[in-house]
Design a binder for this molecule. Structure first.
Ligand code: FES
Ligand code: MG
Length: 579
C-alpha cells in the first residue's frame, strides 16, 4: 500500500515521496508543478502545506475564502513552507437542498482523499458555513496530518430600522410576524439586504459560529477564530498566523490526534454550554470523535455540560451578535470565565496549552458575557433525554426553550413528514391547544434523508392567533443553530429506522421532563408491540447515487450520523504510484 518506509525516514517529509525522488516519478511531480511558475527550491525539502478550501460562490458564507487563502499562503511562505491551495466540495446552508447534512459525510470523503493522495505535509482547513467545518475536520482527522483550522468569520451585525437583526433567528421571527399579520411582505423583503451586509457566515450563535468557536475549545484553531468578524483585518492576520503555525506543526510533528483528545472534546462541550451553542454541535463532535477513535459519547455531552450555565447573551438564546461578542472578549474570555471547569493542560495548535492560550483573556462587556456566578441563563448545555420514545437518546437545548414547558404532559399531534406538516399546519380547524405536543417524524438521517433542520416546526396558525409562541415539539430532525423553542430533536432511533417515534398516534399522551432527562410515551408496552407488528418497513425512494449509499450506511444521530464505513481513520500513508 505504501511506498514509504517509516522507520528509515523518521525526519523525512511526506512530500519528499513526491518531490524528493531522482526517478521519472520525481521528474513528473516536479516538472508539472513548474508549469505554475514554481522553482524547484520553492517546494523541494520544504514543508508542503495544503490549503483545503471550501470556497464557493454557491456558499455565500465562504465567498471570501480565496482572499483569506492568500493570507494563509503568506504565512506559510514566511515560515519557510510551500503552500498549495486546493478546492473541495462546498456546502452552503442557504442554497443547498434538501439539506447540507446529506452531504457532510460526502465532503469528508472528498477532504480525506484530497489530502492523502497528494504531496502534503500539513493542512490548513478553510471553512465557514455550518457543515464545512465538521466535514473538513472529519476528513482531515481520518488522515491525521498536522492540521489547523481557519474559519471565515461571521458577517457584520445585521441592522434594520434602527435595530440589530440576526441571521436566521430574525428570519424566523419575521416569518412568524408575517403569518400573524404584524409585518407586511414589503417590510419582510426590505430586511433581506440589511441582514446580510458583509462577507462571512451567520452572525448569530448558530451552527457556523458555534463550530468556529468550539474549534478554539478543541484547540484545533487559533485563539479568536470564533468571533473576529469576517471583514476585520485581524481575521486576515489570523489566517497569516495559521499558515505560519502549520509549517511549525509539521516540524514539531504535531498531529491532529495530538490535539483532539478526549480532554479537548470535553472542553468543547463545556464551552458549548457556556455559549448556548447549537444542538448541531452534538452530531458533529460525535462524528469527529468517531474518526479519531476518541472515547466520547452522547452522554458525555450531557454530563460535561450539565453544570455549566449559559454566559453568552447571544442570539438565538439572547440578544447580541457575534460582532458584539468579539468586542466583549470573544471565546478566549468565555474560556477564561469557565477555566476552573476546563482541562487547561489540553494541547492546542499554538503549541501551547489551552491554559496558556487563555491566560490573559478578559471580559470587556458584562452585558454580553456574564460571570459564571451570575450567569445569563442558569441552564446551559444540551440535555440528553431518554425513555421509551427515545431509547438511544434525544436532545434539547434548555437555554433556547421555555421554562414552564420543561416539565410537560400533553396530547400528541402527529405529522408523518414534512409534506403532511405543510398540508395541515395552517388548517384553521386543526385539533390543537397550547398543551398539545407536536410530533414530526420521518425526518431523521435515513428518513428525510439527511436529517433536515425542520425540528422547530412552526406553531400552528390557530395557536399563533391566540398568542401562543412556543409549544413542545418532538422529532427525529435537527434544528438550525439559529432557531429556538422547546424543541426535542435527534430522537434515536429515528422513525425510518424503526424507532418508537414511528409508533406514536395522535391522541397519545407524551411526558417531557427535562430536569429528569426523560421522554416518555404513556402507552402500555403490549399496545406498542401491537403497533410495531403493524408497522410497514421504511422504503427509501432513492435507488441510486449518493443518496442510496447514504441511506444504506448512515448511522443514527446518537453516534453522529456518520457512515458506518467512514468511522475511524486510515492515517497518512503514501499511496502507491500512479503509472
Ligand atoms: Fe452559512 Fe448560516 S447560512 S453560516
Ligand atoms: Mg445554520
Amino acid at each position: 500500500m505504501s511506498d514509504r518506509d517509516d522507520d528509515d525516514n523518521k525526519d523525512k517529509l511526506r512530500s519528499a515521496e513526491w518531490f524528493g525522488r531522482q526517478d521519472s516519478y520525481g521528474f513528473i511531480y516536479r516538472s508539472w508543478m513548474k508549469n505554475q511558475g514554481h522553482t524547484a527550491d520553492m517546494f523541494q525539502g520544504k514543508p508542503v502545506i495544503g490549503i483545503c478550501n471550501t470556497w464557493s460562490e454557491l456558499t455565500p458564507c465562504n465567498g471570501h475564502l480565496r482572499m483569506l487563502a492568500d493570507h494563509v499562503r503568506r504565512g506559510v511562505y514566511a515560515a519557510g513552507g510551500f503552500p498549495l491551495e486546493f478546492p473541495v466540495t462546498s456546502l452552503g446552508e442557504s442554497n443547498m437542498r434538501p439539506t447540507t447534512m446529506l452531504f457532510r459525510n460526502l465532503v469528508s470523503m472528498d477532504v480525506e482523499a484530497s489530502i492523502r493522495s497528494n504531496p502534503l505535509d500539513g493542512v490548513v482547513l478553510l471553512v465557514g458555513c455550518d457543515k464545512t467545518t465538521p466535514a473538513s475536520l472529519m476528513g482531515a482527522a481520518s488522515v491525521d496530518l498536522p492540521t489547523i483550522l481557519v474559519s471565515g468569520g461571521p458577517m457584520l451585525s445585521g441592522r434594520w430600522k434602527g435595530r440589530q437583526i440576526g441571521s436566521g433567528t430574525d428570519v424566523i421571527r419575521f416569518k412568524e410576524a408575517v403569518r400573524a399579520g404584524e409585518m407586511s411582505v414589503d417590510e419582510f423583503m426590505s430586511a433581506e439586504a440589511a441582514m446580510s451586509r458583509s462577507a462571512g457566515s451567520c452572525m448569530t450563535m448558530g451552527t457556523a459560529s458555534t463550530m468556529a468557536s468550539l474549534c478554539e475549545g478543541l484547540g484545533i484553531a487559533l485563539p479568536e477564530n470564533g468571533a473576529i468578524p469576517a471583514v476585520d483585518a485581524r481575521r486576515q492576520a489570523l489566517a497569516f498566523e495559521a499558515g505560519r503555525r502549520a509549517v511549525a506543526m509539521v516540524r514539531e510533528k504535531q498531529r491532529m490526534s495530538d490535539v483532539l483528545t478526549r480532554a479537548a472534546f470535553l472542553n468543547a462541550v463545556r464551552l458549548n454550554a457556556a455559549l448556548g451553542g447549537s444542538t448541531n454541535a452534538v452530531v458533529h463532535l460525535l462524528a469527529l470523535a468517531g474518526r479519531l477513535g476518541v472515547q466520547f459519547t452522547l452522554d458525555d455531552f450531557d454530563a460535561a455540560g450539565r453544570d455549566i450555565p449559559c454566559l453568552a447573551n447571544l442570539m438565538p438564546s439572547g440578544k447580541y451578535l457575534m460582532e458584539d461578542f468579539f468586542h466583549a472578549g470573544g471565546v478566549p474570555a468565555v474560556l477564561a470565565e469557565i477555566s476552573d471547569r476546563l482541562d487547561l493542560s489540553a494541547t492546542t495548535v499554538t503549541g501551547r496549552t489551552l491554559g496558556a492560550v487563555i491566560g490573559g483573556a478578559e471580559v470587556h462587556d458584562r452585558d454580553v458575557i456574564f460571570p459564571l456566578d451570575t450567569p445569563f441563563k442558569p441552564a446551559g448545555g444540551i440535555a440528553v433525554l431518554r425513555g421509551n420514545l427515545a431509547p438511544d437518546g434525544a436532545v434539547i437545548k434548555p437555554s433556547a426553550a421555555t421554562e414552564n414547558l420543561m416539565v410537560h404532559r400533553g396530547r400528541a399531534l402527529v405529522f408523518d413528514g414534512p409534506d403532511d406538516l405543510k398540508a395541515r399546519i395552517e388548517d384553521p380547524d386543526l385539533d390543537v391547544d397550547e398543551t398539545t405536543v407536536l410530533v414530526l417524524r420521518n425526518c431523521g438521517p435515513k428518513g428525510y434523508p439527511g436529517m433536515a433542520e425542520i425540528g422547530n416546526l412552526p406553531i400552528p396558525r390557530v395557536m399563533l392567533e391566540k398568542g401562543v409562541l412556543d409549544m413542545v415539539r418532538i422529532s427525529d430532525a435537527r434544528m438550525s443553530g439559529t432557531a429556538y423553542g422547546t424543541v426535542v430533536l435527534h430522537v434515536a432511533p429515528e422513525a425510518a429506522a424503526g424507532g418508537p417515534l414511528a409508533l406514536v398516534e395522535t391522541g397519545d399522551m407524551i411526558e417531557l421532563d427535562v430536569p429528569g432527562r426523560r421522554l416518555h410515551l404513556d402507552i402500555a408496552e403490549d399496545e406498542l408491540e401491537r403497533r410495531r407488528a403493524r408497522l410497514a418497513p421504511f422504503v427509501s425512494p432513492y435507488g441510486r447515487g449518493w443518496e442510496r449509499l447514504y441511506v444504506e450506511h448512515v448511522q443514527q444521530a446518537d453516534t453522529g450520523a456518520d457512515l458506518d464505513f467512514l468511522v475511524g481513520g486510515s492515517g497518512d500513508y503514501v499511496p502507491r504510484v500512479s503509472h
